[in-house]
Ligand binder design. Structure first.
Ligand SMILES: *Cc1c(COP(=O)(O)O)cnc(C)c1O
Length: 483
């Protein structure tokens, strides 16, 4: 900050300062309006500082060369803060690949290119080029979804939470939604099935128990007021032990016998059998449809590896009803989402190359030796800056898929463990280390476990990009006390 001037009179006026030749560069680089605003803020702060203390004897008069430079620097710093981007790249070494707080799926190049194109050029978002008239934005992805999943129709909304709301409201408004007590889930961000049902105007009819629900429970519950039967993929926890649930195919038969549709919220909803890449099996959209589910909803940016979106697939008749719901208009996606989704779905046409081209799958199926190499490079680069403060060791660890997919599945991985050399004050030291890593130009996010900071290297595909900035780490750490 500036030194405090001697008096109010010593604080120069905005107009006078803007005329100083030193300010010409700021005006040119940042523009007149923001530069003037930041200057006003700075001068106001000086006035305030002055009001809080007695005038200083012979302090800065505000117009000498040194004062001018101090004021210039202060305004420049304000402008830099104002124009600094808030959405920043980070290194996700948390071990959670689809980390909701860190943006979930990384898009394929093809998807990012398509988004850029849609952003910069007029596109046929809702325009039928062959006929020269208004089209339907869902038709951009419908043929791909149909080919990949076999679903006759599809529609896309903002995210899967929106998809669930829209489907429930369309099929169950002022009717009952029958669902097992074992599936009344809450997922991150305060999304709870009972709440969302209420907001959708559906009367919750919960049946069975937390651990066991039988066919007879459904049979008894489906009455004349029933609008739909709902099934949710309990994606973020498991019920183990004395459990029972009704297989999806049987549940579909029960629903159909009573003339009501079965809706499944599949959560992550993958389009390929992940066990092909040695990953734990997640239920696929195709399996749900084959089992007779009438409407399936799933996320675009979880295991699918695309943009944030909620994809709803099902019969032509039901999807048509869903699309006619006025809420659909409020929940629809924009052109960049559809562009990225279309490009991502196209990659699924060739599953043989999917693991190379889709970053989510590439990272989830990354071979352990490659992860170990990255960990080794990182450990080496950390040794010098952390010398005398932290133990740097290579460790075996486990990554998680994240975003509610396979909550208990652990993917063998490798990382670097950073442990304070002394037990005393270890907690504070770890916190300081985490803060220092977050203060790097590209912040590094790890996870604390067992008195150590673990940096899981599954997602570290270009270690040199991280290692290059580690020289700055020592300056960011509090100085170690002499022993
Ligand atoms: C993640 C998830 C949702 C919400 O999906 P978003 O795309 O994050 O809105 C809904 N249901 C289940 C079962 C989920 O796992």
């Amino acid at each position: 900050m500036n030194s405090i001037p001697a008096s109010y009179q010593a604080i120069p006026s905005v107009d006078r300062v803007l005329g100083w030749p030193e300010f010409a560069d700021l005006l040119r680089d940042y523009g007149r309006l923001p530069t003037t605003a930041c200057l006003r803020d700075e001068l106001a702060q000086l006035r305030e500082a002055l009001s809080r203390q007695a005038p200083l004897q012979g302090a800065a008069a505000g117009d000498r060369a040194g004062d001018r430079q101090a004021l210039l620097d202060a305004v420049h710093a304000r402008l830099q803060r104002l124009f600094a981007p808030r959405l920043l790249p980070v290194f996700n070494l948390s071990g959670t690949v689809l980390h909701t707080n860190l943006g979930r799926a990384l898009l394929a190049d093809e998807a990012a290119d398509a988004m850029r194109l849609a952003a910069l050029r007029p596109v046929n978002l809702e325009y039928d080029i062959a006929r020269g008239r208004r089209g339907d934005r869902d038709e951009l992805v419908e043929p791909l979804v149909e080919r990949i999943t076999g679903a006759p129709a599809c529609t896309v909304v903002n995210n899967n939470a929106a998809a669930v709301l829209l489907v429930l409201n369309t099929l169950g408004l002022r009717k009952e939604g029958v669902i097992s007590r074992g599936e009344l889930i809450e997922i991150g961000g305060a999304f709870r099935i009972p709440d969302i049902m209420a907001r959708a105007g559906v009367k919750l009819h919960e049946i069975g128990t937390t651990n066991r629900t039988h066919a007879a429970d459904y049979e008894r519950a489906i009455g004349p007021r029933c609008g739909l039967v709902m099934r949710t993929h309990t994606s973020n926890y498991v019920v183990q032990g004395f459990t029972a649930s009704v297989a999806t195919a049987e549940l579909a038969q029960i629903a159909h016998r009573h003339g009501v549709p079965l809706f499944e919220d599949l959560g992550s909803g993958t389009l390929v059998d992940l066990s092909r890449w040695g990953l734990p099996k997640e239920p696929t959209v195709q399996e749900s449809l084959r089992a007779g589910v009438d409407v399936v909803s799933f996320s675009g940016d979880k295991l699918l590896g695309g943009p944030q979106a909620g994809i709803i697939v099902g019969s032509r008749e039901l999807i048509a009803r869903i699309k006619k719901n006025p809420l659909k208009r409020a929940l629809r996606v924009d052109k960049s989402t559809l562009a990225a989704l279309e490009a991502t779905l196209r990659l699924y046409l060739d599953p043989d190359r999917l693991a190379q081209r889709l970053p989510t799958l590439r990272l989830l199926s990354r071979p352990l030796p490659a992860i170990c190499d990255a960990a080794q490079a990182l450990a080496q680069a950390l040794t010098a800056p952390l010398q005398g403060q932290f133990d740097v060791t290579l460790v075996d660890c486990h990554s998680m898929i994240g975003s509610g997919a396979q909550p208990v599945a652990q993917l063998p991985s490798a990382g670097v463990a950073l442990q304070p050399l002394t037990k005393r004050g270890a907690g504070a030291r770890l916190a300081a280390l985490e803060a220092a890593l977050r203060a790097l130009p590209v912040p590094v996010i790890g996870r604390v476990a067992d008195d150590a900071l673990i940096l899981d290297c599954r997602m570290l595909e270009a270690p040199h990009e991280l290692c290059e900035q580690l020289a700055a780490l020592r300056e960011l750490l509090p100085k170690a006390k002499a022993p």
